[in-house]
Design a protein around this ligand. Structure first.
Ligand SMILES: Cc1cc2nc3c(=O)[nH]c(=O)nc-3n(C[C@H](O)[C@H](O)[C@H](O)COP(=O)(O)O)c2cc1C
Length: 246
């Protein structure tokens, strides 16, 4: 199925050439993002691009000091957005009280993610490299202030876009076998994941990375209490930001 090839070449790109992505191209990519399916057509997300180098620097500082935030051609924040709907609902005399439930928080996060991934697929089809930035959630309050967000917005992740550096050695990262993520009829309580450690070990060796720590170990550590990088406060912060999570 050669048509699917374009969808199997994804790899995160963190080093970029200097040449910019033209604004016209970005407008096309935003149109692609908007073409994503969206829950009840509510379109509960917004994008904010940041091109000012000073602001990129400040944002990078709060996001694990990622160089790629500073060096990418375009940087976007993707936001779960209840504000716009609440605002327009008020104009037609609706209180939008349902937005206080966790269901609508989930919906907004899904909408933001679907729009972003649609943009990513389109960008990659043009040869543009991308990297998501979950570290945008490390300091949600800083992001609120830096982006001038009203209540009802939450920075779900950032997205770097740029032309991949010439001669990049970043390879496509292996994934779990289909049998470990796609089950037939019922869930499998012991999905086949062991062989993936071996494949990831070879991948890490080929990339000159530390292969001594297996993917299972690495992933287990990633979800211990010490690796929340500031995000442990998110529930309380979200509630203060108008996402009541009832
Ligand atoms: C929502 C999300 C957040 C991510 N956050 C970061 C990040 O903060 N910094 C980073 O360098 N990569 C980030 N990534 C990239 C992942 O590390 C990467 O997708 C994963 O290791 C798989 O590698 P691949 O994208 O090259 O296939 C993120 C990816 C996703 C989907």
């Amino acid at each position: 199925m050669p048509e699917l090839g374009a969808f199997m070449r994804h790899r995160s790109v963190r080093k970029y050439r200097d040449d910019p992505i033209p604004e016209e191209t970005i407008k096309g990519l935003v149109a692609c993002a908007q073409g994503a399916a969206t829950s009840s057509n509510l379109q509960l997300y917004s994008l904010i691009s940041v091109q000012d180098p000073g602001r990129r620097e400040e944002i990078a500082k709060r996001c694990d000091n990622y160089e790629h935030i500073k060096t990418c051609s375009w940087f976007f924040g993707f936001f779960a957005d209840h504000y716009r709907l609440k605002h327009l609902a008020a104009k037609v005399g609706e209180k939008a009280e349902g937005l206080g439930y966790v269901e609508f928080y989930t919906m907004a996060v899904i909408d933001a993610a679907l729009a972003a991934e649609r943009m990513v697929c389109a960008a990659e089809a043009l040869g543009i490299g991308i990297c998501y930035i979950g570290a945008l959630r490390n300091d949600a309050q800083f992001i609120k202030e830096n982006f001038g967000l009203p209540e009802g917005l939450f920075g779900v992740f950032g997205l770097c876009l740029g032309w991949p550096e010439e001669g990049s050695t970043a390879e496509i990262k292996p994934r779990l076998r289909q049998e470990a993520i796609w089950f037939r009829e019922k869930y499998d309580l012991d999905p086949p994941t062991e062989e993936y450690d071996e494949r990831m070990k070879s991948f890490h060796l080929s990339q000159g990375m530390n292969a001594g720590v297996t993917w299972s170990m690495r992933s287990g550590r990633r979800v211990d209490r010490d690796h929340l990088t500031g995000r442990e406060v998110l529930k309380g912060w979200l509630e203060g930001q108008g996402f009541n999570l009832e």
